[in-house]
Design a protein around this ligand. Structure first.
Ligand code: GN1
Ligand code: MG
Length: 359
């Protein structure tokens, strides 16, 4: 994207002063993100990936409603709503997004003084992260209007299997034969994972407002490791809140990288699991149902399995969903997630024991 185009897009938004400069930020897998600097403030400008998000207006409406609810809670508690909750910046015409050709753009306030982490390298950070997501969910417990389903069946493994079966049948990149071992990892656990999702379908696990993408890098911390603000609200929808616990464990407790080529580095650190769980339950423990408590530990396996499937499926599809840095990137990611899953399976009894002990 050239600077002149970016500048004209930025000028569509109701920023507080003329734009000075625009610089790319981070390496998200889905959207393109920039920091916009004006004479007075900084902002985040994002091009939303319409291949992933077919209905950006619905997505932005979910985000606007959820952030309004959160802001009211933060104000009531005497906090700072512009630092503790994402602030959507409308366009000069008052819309939540700007269209330019086939692209949708959205903007938010940059939260100054915030810190992000790639690794949960201290017990305190894991504990605080758990507490932050627990509080995020607690503040949304009384948000009872339905949210729009912006990505169909996002953490619904029954739907993922429909996509998976179609990908295998089409084998459009001709890669299926090469990943027979990896396909077997998915097939072997199919029934077990469907059985979990069935609990959601039957209402045994309740539906709540969920973030659905709670990896460590989607949380802003302050310099004392307190969670300042939960960001990347693109996938806020109604689902089981266990998704948010499971996805956080997948990211915080991994001793390696999500795309580690060296599988000997990948595994679940049970102490990080303990600290995150302790923080999470300190905010959510009291309001969880019996079945949510029972399935809490399993949700980490479920989400890690689903992520293995999604990376592998994207490899089989010829890399159409996630941004990749090299040819086998999605396959490397799938293998690393599978290694993490095996490590969780080996420690599942301990995970269960920790949850019971902390409740
Ligand atoms: C994507 O948007 P980002 O980079 O935070 C993905 C998540 C995956 C994650 C894996 C909309 O998250 O579901 O867990 O990559 N988001 C979407 O790191 O598919
Ligand atoms: Mg995201």
């Amino acid at each position: 994207m050239n600077t002149n185009n970016l500048l004209s897009i930025a000028q569509a938004f109701a920023f507080d002063a003329p734009v000075l400069d625009i610089a790319p930020l981070g390496e998200g897998f889905i959207n393109d993100t920039y920091v916009v600097r004006t004479e007075k403030s900084r902002y985040i400008l994002q091009r939303k990936n319409h291949n992933v998000f077919p209905d950006v207006p619905a997505m932005m409406s979910n985000i606007a409603r959820v952030t309004a609810h959160l802001k009211a809670k933060v104000v009531a508690a005497g906090g700072d709503p512009e630092r503790e909750v994402l602030t959507v910046i409308p366009t000069c015409e008052g819309a939540l997004y700007h269209c330019e050709g086939e692209n949708f753009w959205a903007a938010s306030l940059y939260i100054e003084g915030s810190v992000t982490h790639d690794v949960a390298d201290t017990p305190r950070l894991a504990y605080m992260g758990g507490r932050g997501i627990g509080r995020f969910q607690a503040m949304l417990a009384d948000f009872d209007e339905p949210l729009k389903e912006v990505i169909k069946g996002f953490h619904n493994i029954r739907w993922r299997f429909e996509q998976w079966d179609r990908s295998l049948a089409e084998d459009c990149a001709g890669r299926k034969a090469e990943v027979a071992t990896e396909i077997e990892w998915i097939e072997r656990r199919r029934a077990q994972m469907l059985a979990f999702w069935e609990l959601v379908e039957r209402g045994i696990l309740p539906t709540r407002v969920t973030h659905n993408d709670t990896k460590l890098s989607n949380i802003l911390f302050d310099e004392r490791d307190e969670v300042l603000c939960v960001i990347d609200l693109d996938t806020v929808m109604s689902s089981t809140s266990l998704n948010d616990f499971g996805d956080a464990i997948r990211s915080y407790a991994n001793t390696g990288a999500e795309d580690d080529r060296d599988l000997s580095r990948v595994g679940m650190n049970i102490e990080t699991f303990r600290h995150y769980t302790e923080g999470y339950l300190s905010e959510r423990g009291a309001t969880m149902t019996r079945s949510e408590r029972e399935w809490l530990a399993f949700s980490a396996l479920y989400i890690t399995y689903e992520q293995t499937l999604r990376f592998l499926m994207d490899y089989i599809d010829g890399d159409t969903y996630y941004k990749t840095a090299y040819a086998e990137h999605n396959l490397v990611r799938a293998r690393a997630q599978h290694k993490l899953l095996e490590s969780m399976e080996a420690q599942y009894d301990q995970m269960q024991a920790i949850v019971r002990e902390l409740l």
